[in-house]
Design a protein around this ligand. Structure first.
Ligand code: RB5
Length: 151
């Protein structure tokens, strides 16, 4: 059985456009041995993506999960919402390279995905790359540190 320790737990949140992809990614995460914190929604009734982006961000900020995946039609709106939270670095990826770079260069703790933009199997492949790629550090560390500064 998967450990539900926060470091092994991945949070998932979506809007109505991302419900089916969220279910697909949940199966993949469980196959990998992760515990999944599914923050909804659980059906395709219309909802507002900021509600779920904030919910995902709060769960990570509170230490309930180490990383998250935020899914809406484009991946953009829900990622903007998550990025309003100081401890969140969320980035949208659309192929394998951007899923790798969002970790290597940006040390993202949330992967943003556009369910209407990418094929589900590509999304699964991107999820795996996101989870398996470490932050490169080095010259990127100072840049990531500056992300928290507004002046
Ligand atoms: C919902 O129709 C759509 O606007 C939403 O899923 C997302 O793409 C917003 O950024």
């Amino acid at each position: 059985m998967a450990s539900a320790a926060p470091e092994n737990t991945i949070a998932l949140a979506a809007d109505h456009a991302g419900v089916a992809l969220k279910a697909r990614l949940k199966r993949e995460l469980e196959k990998r041995g992760h515990a999944v914190l599914d923050l909804g929604p659980m059906d395709e009734s219309s909802v507002d993506y900021p509600d779920y982006g904030h919910k995902l961000a709060r769960a990570i900020e509170q230490g309930q999960a180490s990383r998250g995946v935020a899914i809406c039609g484009t991946g953009i709106g829900i990622t903007i919402a998550a990025n309003r939270h100081p401890k969140i670095r969320a980035g949208v990826a659309w192929n394998i390279e951007t899923a790798r770079l969002v970790r290597e260069h940006n040390d993202a703790n949330v992967l943003g995905l556009g369910a209407r933009q990418v094929d589900p199997e590509m999304a699964v492949a991107m999820l795996n790359v996101f989870l398996d790629t470490p932050f490169a550090g080095g010259r990127h560390a100072g840049r990531v540190a500056k992300l928290g500064r507004t002046e």
